[in-house]
Design a binder for this molecule. Structure first.
Ligand SMILES: [Zn+2]
Length: 387
């Protein structure tokens, strides 16, 4: 049986429809943000300048306070523009019976998400315009250093400060699973600082697992929707995959990739900003005029769209590496395969999305590819058990 190739399981019309709608929702969200930024920047209307003047009045002429007010205005307007799509996304999850969340809980999450975005966004723009004001030519290099420092701090704080705003976490108490993890970790010659039970079931029926944090906060989180419905061997296979991310230092590598793309982004933003000012393309004439923030955001948005296929390809490479690590560290491939099948069904995932969808949108290889890789590995093992 182990030698038989797995049949490619066709996706249900329901799974295809659900994933297609989700993709279009993502594209619409992006489109709204893109058009909003363009409209703000149109020279003759000068809406960004109008908002800046309003922010200056709200901030009593104080630069930092006015900048905060300007950001607040931008975030409020963009939330008003996108709340309809957000609500549609919430309804979609309920319609496909993937969510257990009530409207009030969803609304509360939206409010918390907005406030978290406002706090993080304020730190970012204050740092940004501080460096622009102090070093108009080289701000981009200095801002990059500050941003990376902020990014590393946030990666450390996220599991203990950010995630608990939305979900509850508790240390995993299952003795059998802890013992399995210790054995897996020893085999990897490494130590994971903790495994946490993630109470996802309060909001969702989907299952998930992840390696999060950095340094002292690095931990594996496992959704209760997974812990309560999967066999110990299946959970072990999921743990082994997450441990694979740990062993291959994927978080650190992702930060390095992030550093390179952010540096390119800042350099491009600086170039565009100086060009726009030299050519009088927009209403703002000074580099420290924060009415140019939509232009900086636009550069980021365009760049992240262009880089998306590259970053997703890199992520899929890491996922394949973590999968291979899992194959090697578990005693049998079967639980890996059954856990993948369960996850696909539970999350209404597309097992075989079209090639271009996978290439552009997916951070993980498709389920059918991951299963095929597991089968191939298992066949190679049985052909050459000592290899
Ligand atoms: Zn993974």
């Amino acid at each position: 049986m182990a030698d038989a190739p797995i049949p490619v399981q066709a996706d249900s019309p329901e799974a295809r429809r659900y994933n297609r709608i989700r993709r279009w929702l993502g594209i619409a969200d992006f489109g709204v943000a893109f058009v909003f930024l363009i409209v703000l920047l149109v020279h003759d209307a000068a809406w960004s300048g109008w908002l800046r003047d309003l922010a200056h009045r709200m901030g009593f002429g104080n630069y930092s306070l006015s900048l905060f007010m300007y950001l607040l205005l931008l975030l409020v307007i963009s939330k008003v523009l996108s709340i309809g799509l957000d609500y549609y996304g919430f309804r979609l999850e309920r319609q496909y019976r993937l969510s257990t969340q009530r409207f009030r809980s969803w609304l509360w999450d939206e409010i918390k998400g907005f406030l978290v975005g406002l706090v993080l966004g304020s730190i970012v723009v204050e740092l940004l315009y501080f460096t622009i004001g102090q070093w108009p030519q080289y701000w981009w290099a200095l801002a990059w250093v500050l941003f990376m420092a902020l990014f590393i701090v946030m990666a450390q704080l996220a599991p203990v400060v950010l995630f608990p705003i939305f979900y509850k976490f508790e240390p995993l108490e299952d003795e059998d699973l802890r013992r399995r993890l210790v054995i897996l970790s020893q085999r990897a010659g490494t130590r994971v600082r903790g495994v946490y039970r993630w109470r996802l079931s309060e909001k969702s029926k989907k299952a998930n697992a992840a390696l999060t944090g950095l340094g002292a906060t690095r931990r594996i989180i496992l959704a209760d929707t997974l812990l309560d419905n999967y066999s110990p061997e299946e959970i072990e296979a999921v743990l082994a995959h997450e441990l694979g991310h740990h062993v291959h230092r994927h978080i650190l590598k992702s930060i390095l990739v992030q550093a390179a793309t952010t540096l390119a982004g800042f350099w491009a933003a600086n170039w565009v900003l100086h060009y726009a000012i030299d050519q009088h393309l927009f209403e703002f004439v000074q580099i420290s005029d924060f009415a140019n923030l939509p232009l900086l955001a636009l550069v980021c948005v365009v760049l992240s769209l262009l880089l998306m296929p590259v970053l997703n390809a890199y992520s899929r490479f890491n996922e394949r590496q973590a999968d291979r690590y899992a194959f090697e560290s578990i005693s049998s491939i079967e639980p890996f395969i059954s856990s993948m099948n369960k996850l696909a069904a539970q999350n209404l995932a597309e097992r075989s999305p079209s090639k271009w969808v996978e290439w552009f949108f997916q951070s993980h290889p498709s389920i059918s590819r991951r299963l095929a890789a597991a089968e191939a590995w298992s066949r190679a093992q049985s052909a050459n058990p000592h290899g």
